[in-house]
Design a binder for this molecule. Sequence first.
Ligand code: ADP
Ligand code: MG
Length: 255
Amino acid sequence: MTDLLEVRDLTVHFDTEDGLVEAVDGVTFTVRSGEILGVVGESGSGKSVTALALLRLIRPPGRIVHGAMWFEGTDLVGLSEDEMRAVRGTRIAMVFQSPRTALNPVLTVGRQISRLFELHHGVSRAEGRARTIGMLKLVGISEPERRARQYAHQLSGGMCQRVMIAMALATSPRLLLADEPTTGLDVSIAAQILDLLRDLGRRTGASILLITHDLGVVAETADRVAVMYAGQVVEYCDAEAAFRRTLHPYTAGLL
Ligand code: ADP
Ligand code: MG
């Protein structure tokens, strides 16, 4: 498999009133085409900051101090804000935790997805609507025509997350960043969402960076795993191997 993304020595600092926070401290990993890389670690280990850095969404007092993020032959670190905007949401898309708050409360979910098709693929409103129904089906939402006319508050948490995934996929990204996508969902619904991500990865060929604090989730879903601790990758191996071989004590502790 070829590499879609190669992160080298990524270092992100926050210069706060209380001192320097070395949130991400020399992180190196790759994401291969079509694979799911699990990024796992306890709260505060630097997972979300890594994802935000990939989208170049680190805001002051934070900054990327050094490192490279090679994606489709370009180092994202060197792109202008305009160039980065073209990558964000189209080549790389993100699914956040707490999907309900990430959805627009005053637009129907169908309209939110349809607008993305119109904006990014230049299709008519009618075509956008048709593609939206197809996308809602793809992410496993039954009665898609009816659901498309509803608002976020009318949907369950699991369904909101399916809508968020539909929005992320509407632009046909090559890399999907999923930051704790099952937080706050019931165990059975969470398992369905993870199944969905794995299935969609296979169908669309997109790579997925799956962030979680739960090594069990990674073992079930990911091909490889990067374990983060205190801003560093302390273990980096096949997901299966994370269970088979002798682990870094911290990884063993996460189990
Ligand atoms: P997690 O692995 O839980 O996603 P984060 O990536 O959110 O962890 O955070 C990594 C570290 O960076 C933590 O110590 C956190 O306190 C710090 N951090 C994150 N965002 C900021 C910020 N905006 N200002 C200061 N410190 C931050
Ligand atoms: Mg986080």
